[in-house]
Design a protein around this ligand. Structure first.
Ligand SMILES: NC(=O)c1ccc[n+]([C@@H]2O[C@H](COP(=O)([O-])OP(=O)(O)OC[C@H]3O[C@@H](n4cnc5c(N)ncnc54)[C@H](OP(=O)(O)O)[C@@H]3O)[C@@H](O)[C@H]2O)c1
Length: 246
């Protein structure tokens, strides 16, 4: 199979790429850090590096052109690259807030739109959201949380809409995971998962035919808990958690 993954130079995307590469799939991996892409290419012959910033829509057209020029067809698109900026909303610059929206929302929608139009029938889409999408909002992380709610709603809608066209669509909702993601590098807590374990679960769940993947027992509990506690209490707890990271 041919897999297109955004954000493979580190974190969850890196381990996702590795899982598919180990299976013998061909991975078209996107990232901005050239050296890291080269490292993966050195290790795996079935890895095709795509050194692009996907928050720029024109680069997405270039990515699809490169894939077409290799006469290849993508079986699964994985929208993984995502960013966030912690802090008081008004103190995060407009440019940084826009960067979140450009990458987490615009580029994800554009990639998905291009992919479905190219593929027309029978494909796979995995969108990486966050357990945050099940929560009411994220104080001091509000644009990021809102972007992941968008991803969740968009993914659910598409999964039903594309069923007849035989596209498999899965939404992934990781909780706190040890990566370079903002606030996670320094975090030490029993519930923080390894990016490798998260990637293994994502691949397993996709091939099991799941449409919703919540890696880890603690994260599943978190999602259920969020459904029963009052909104105001949930916001207070989330505020405490994010303030600790600031
Ligand atoms: N870690 C967590 O606790 C957690 C929890 C829930 C959800 N998630 C989600 O999981 C996904 C992966 O996050 P992570 O934790 O693995 O983060 P990470 O360690 O920061 O990795 C992010 C990846 O995205 C790439 N990337 C960032 N901006 C890009 C751009 N403009 N164009 C192309 N690639 C770009 C980065 O590579 P370059 O810098 O080389 O471009 C990197 O490979 C994100 O969508 C995140 O929201 C993470």
């Amino acid at each position: 199979m041919n897999i297109l993954i955004t954000g493979v130079t580190k974190g969850i995307g890196y381990f996702l790429a590795k899982e598919f590469l180990k299976r013998g799939d061909k991975v078209f991996g996107v990232g901005r850090t050239f050296e890291s892409l080269k490292e993966i290419e050195k290790e795996y012959k079935n890895f095709i590096p795509l050194n692009y910033d996907v928050s720029n829509i024109e680069n997405i057209d270039k990515i699809f052109k490169e894939i077409e020029s290799e006469n290849e067809n993508i079986d699964i698109l994985i929208n993984n690259a995502g960013i966030g900026f912690l802090g008081e909303f008004e103190k995060i610059s407009w440019e940084d807030n826009k960067k979140i929206i450009d990458l987490n929302i615009n580029s994800l929608v554009y990639l998905t739109h291009r992919y479905i139009n190219d593929k027309k029938i029978k494909g796979g889409i995995i969108n990486i959201s966050s357990t945050g999408a099940f929560q009411v909002g994220g104080p001091y992380f509000s644009i990021y949380y809102a972007s992941k709610s968008f991803v969740s709603s968009f993914t659910n809608g598409l999964s039903e809409e594309l069923r007849e066209k035989k596209f498999r669509v899965m939404g992934v909702y990781p909780g706190p995971t040890k990566t370079n993601f903002v606030g996670m590098k320094e975090s030490e807590n029993f519930y923080i998962m390894d990016a490798k374990d998260v990637a293994i679960i994502i691949v397993k769940d996709y091939f099991k035919g799941k449409e919703v993947c919540i890696p880890g027992i603690f994260n599943k509990f978190l999602v259920c808990f969020g459904k029963i506690i009052p909104r105001s209490l949930e916001l207070k707890i989330l505020k405490k958690i994010q303030l600790k990271k600031l």
